[in-house]
Every structure is written in C-alpha cells, then in structure tokens.
Design a protein around this ligand. Sequence first.
Ligand code: CP
Length: 306
Amino acid sequence: MTLPKHCLRMDQLSKAQIETLIDQALSFIDRDAWQIRKNTRCAGRSVGLVFDEASTRTRCSFHMAAHALGAHTIDVPQQTSSAQKGESLIDTLCNLAAMWVDALVVRSADTQWVNQLDALDPRPCVINAGNGADEHPTQALLDALTLVDQLGAVDRLKVVMVGDIKHARTAHSQIKCLQRLGLRDLVLAAPPSLLPDELPEAAAHTTSLAEALVDADVIMTFRMQQERMAEATRQGHLQDAAAYKLTAAHLAMAKPQVRLMHPGPVNWGVELCHSLKGHPASLILKQVGYGVAMRMAILCQSLRGL
Ligand code: CP
C-alpha cells in the first residue's frame, strides 16, 4: 500500500492506509517486553526536526523513532536558529533540503505552513508535528494505534471527547482519524465556547458530561490550549471548562472497563483531577510508548522511496 509522500493532514489518509501504518507500528513493538524492536531500515537517512513551539513527546519520540530505524537526527529549534534573524520557516526548510536532509518533521504555531510547501525541493518528505490549532496527524495516528492494540476495532466503541476541543489540534485530527476507521459513536462533551466552529458530521455533542459518559468505552481529554486563546476570552474559557474536570466519580459513570486517554501534556488539576494520576483506567503513558512505534512506521513509509 502506497502512502502519500508527506504526512500533513488526516484527510490525506484512507482507512486502508491508516491500517497499514497501525500494522507496521505494531510490528515494531515487542509486547511481552513492552519494548521497541530496533532495526536498520532507514540507515543512512537524516531527519530534521524544526520546532518553533515547545514539545516533549512529539520531538523526543521522533528522535527515538529515527534512531530506532538507524537514521540520524538534526534538531533545529527555532529559538536558536536563524529564524531569530528573520528567516522564514519555509526558507529554513529549503535550506535543510539543500543539505540533503531526507525528512523534515515540523511544528509551528502558524497554521498555514502546510499549504506553502511548493517552494520546497521535492525530495525531502515533510511530516506535520502540529500546525497551530489546525492538525496534529501523527498524534491522532498514535492514539488510534493505542486504541486498536488495547481495545480492538474502534467501530464498536463509544468515544467521548472532553474539554477544549475547539483549540486542540489533536482532537481535530483524531475525529477525522477515528471516523475514517469506522467509529460511529462519538460524543463531544464541552461548553459551547470550547466546541469547534465547524462541528464534525456524525458526532453528537452535549454540555452534559454526565449524559455523555453513560456507556463510554473511552474518554479522551484535552488540555486547555491557553496559548491559542485570545487574552479577552481566556478567563471565560477557563471558568466554562471548570465543570469538565474529570474525577474518579466521572469514570464510574462510564463502562466498568473504561479507558482514559490524553495526548499530553496534562495540566493536572485543570482537565484531570490529581487523583487520576496512575489510575488503572489510564492509557496516558502507554500512548507515549505507542507514539515511538507509530512515528517509526510514519518515517519508514515516508522515507521509503528516497
Ligand atoms: N502530545 C503532544 O503533542 O505533546 P508535546 O507537545 O509534548 O509534543
């Protein structure tokens, strides 16, 4: 199965292509030892990481994934690059391409850079590690991998998304990814001010967290994306969201085997109660491990034809 050269948006990928990535990612995990299977499939390849926003999980797991495939990485934090002298993000990418960097993993607060790649040398593949409040496709794919490996096919699940769905790029990509995989029962539970401007088709939404949680198999929570809120609306958003902070009592309203997910970073005490840290229902740190395997699969597929 051929995949698109670049990984920029979830709607680029068909169900079969997502399943191919999940299958390949699973082949990179030794479940018994809960360890990554290293190999040399991308030996000699180079991966540039160009981030102008903070990151722990995405940046470090792409480093881990590249090294686990025998590739090497070049970190280009925009805080210490020539972006500080006025060089644009696209010019930075063009210069890395001119150095024969094979893959570019890019995170930027700018939503539009994914539409500005025409100027780039066609050789390197580009992976979107987050473009503003728009998309975060590799997080959606690793969350789908987590669900499939932990719970099986997603089409029979009830998934409830809670919190700041409006500003969470992960949620935007995740809705597309899970619906592409056949998810039918998706409920968005948030105050009206934190729902997306364009509500996804075939998803229910409610302001009642208790109503949403009935029979839930999976609860996905999202951080309040304060950095993407206008100053004038931030306090109002935080007040609106206070009623959606999840507690153990909320988990008890869902199915007995409910699983709790969060893409991270978690603001404990804001979207999740401190007592949920280490809760048996939580998949939050497992998601991080699956992230390395999924990013190995994405790099393998992206670097395949070079
Ligand atoms: N989930 C996620 O994108 O985390 P980071 O911002 O730490 O990369």
